[in-house]
Design a protein around this ligand. Structure first.
Ligand SMILES: *Cc1c(COP(=O)(O)O)cnc(C)c1O
Length: 381
């Protein structure tokens, strides 16, 4: 039997054995033991965001995108106008959801990897008084860039607009303090920095705002107001919850607290990133972004400019060595991505680096050939 591979992907990711073992029992979805777990999870997530006083946490079945769509559908009225700050695939997805919903949007498209400038956002908000909401992707997982959250939140608040954060791949690792960071909603999911398995997402929504959203959502299953009200009244999810996933998430949260919560998790991911980037650079690979913009979540590496390299063959070579990597998501250059999140420690990172070295050898790549023609890109920001 093969042992399971290391996932160097940003969710689903490598989980602990104990998180997987938490799925080995069945739960009644109406049973008070299960309802207690749901309540404890919501309470702890609010604590991580330091939002117990101001916000509520509403979980929703499905992957993270379902929670993003539900948040938009629940909060945005017919006459809303939303500025979407895009610099990658997840920003584009947010815009696509709003277009489907027929909501008015303004797009600031920074391309594949440039951060939105707070001054420019402020200017757009000043020039268009109809804009009611601003959407930002906290860590844009498609390039790995960590967007300037606090600076953008400030200009959004100064313009009296509501701020919606897709913090899917960052929440739990990057600090969030709702007492100083004004936001209407922050969306994340079970299978990223909290290291649970996939199956539900959640939105942390300002309570006074959600209270005004009854009957607004045109979708029944995505209505977070209804989900919230039903959960408050009964302790239960409205429709069948992913019980095993929820139980695994509860275990993952306990391990999160044992590790030391957000500061400790961030420190481990930063250490993973630094070790990974240093090791990859030694092997001749360049990062897309300069150090300042590298998130401790996922790193984009430029594909070697060598005819011997193809993502597919590199992927297969890595897989044979027990490591699953992630394709790039850039439109202009060939790249691939390595995640820093999940149950990864020094030992696993070193295993990944050995697999990269061996795979390069197996493909007949010369280490020096990897970094040509990449200078203009990394110099760009
Ligand atoms: C993972 C992720 C999502 C959600 O993706 P799903 O495939 O629906 O789970 C949304 N935004 C960002 C930034 C993500 O990293």
């Amino acid at each position: 039997m093969r042992t399971e591979p290391l996932l160097l992907t940003p969710g689903p990711l490598t989980t602990s054995l104990t998180v997987k073992q938490a799925m080995l029992r069945d739960w009644g979805s109406w049973d008070s033991d299960f309802n207690d777990i749901t309540a404890a999870i919501c309470e702890q997530l609010l604590q991580v965001a330091k939002a117990q006083e101001t916000h509520v946490c509403v979980p929703l079945q499905g992957s993270g995108t379902f929670a993003v769509e539900a948040t938009f559908a629940t909060l945005l009225g017919q006459d809303s106008k939303t500025l979407v700050l895009m610099n990658g695939a997840y920003g584009q997805r947010a815009a696509k959801i709003l277009e489907r919903m027929g909501r008015d949007t303004v797009l600031l498209d920074m391309g594949d990897y440039l951060p939105p400038e707070p001054e420019e956002v402020a200017r757009i908000l000043q020039e268009d008084a109809d804009i009611t909401h601003v959407v930002l992707i906290h860590c844009e997982t498609s390039s790995g860039i960590l967007n300037p959250l606090e600076e953008i939140a400030k200009v959004v608040s100064e313009a009296d607009c509501e701020f919606i954060i897709d913090s899917m791949s960052a929440f739990g690792a990057l600090p969030i303090d709702a007492r100083n960071l004004p936001f209407a909603a922050l969306v994340s999911s079970a299978n990223k920095c909290f290291e649970g398995v996939p199956g539900f997402g959640f939105a942390i929504i300002r309570k006074t705002l959600l209270q005004q959203c009854q009957g607004r959502c045109v979708s029944l299953s995505l209505d977070l107001y209804d989900q919230w009200q039903y959960m408050m009244k009964t302790g239960q999810w409205r429709f069948t919850p992913p019980t095993h996933v929820v139980a695994a998430f509860y275990q993952a949260l306990q391990e999160y607290q044992q590790e030391g919560g957000q500061p400790a998790r961030l420190a481990r991911y930063q250490r993973n990133r630094d070790r990974l980037v240093a090791g990859m650079r030694r092997l001749g690979f360049d990062t897309l972004l300069k150090d300042h913009w590298l998130s401790p979540i996922i790193i984009t590496f430029l594909s070697p400019d060598d005819p011997a390299f193809s993502f597919t063959s590199f992927y297969q070579a890595m897989k044979q060595r027990g490591v699953l990597i992630y394709p790039g998501k850039l439109t202009v250059v060939e790249s691939f991505r390595l995640g820093c999140i999940g149950q990864l420690y020094d030992e696993e990172i070193d295993k990944v680096l050995s697999a990269v070295a061996e795979s390069c050898q197996a493909l007949g790549l010369s280490a020096q050939s990897t970094s040509s023609n990449t200078q203009p890109l990394t110099e760009a920001i």
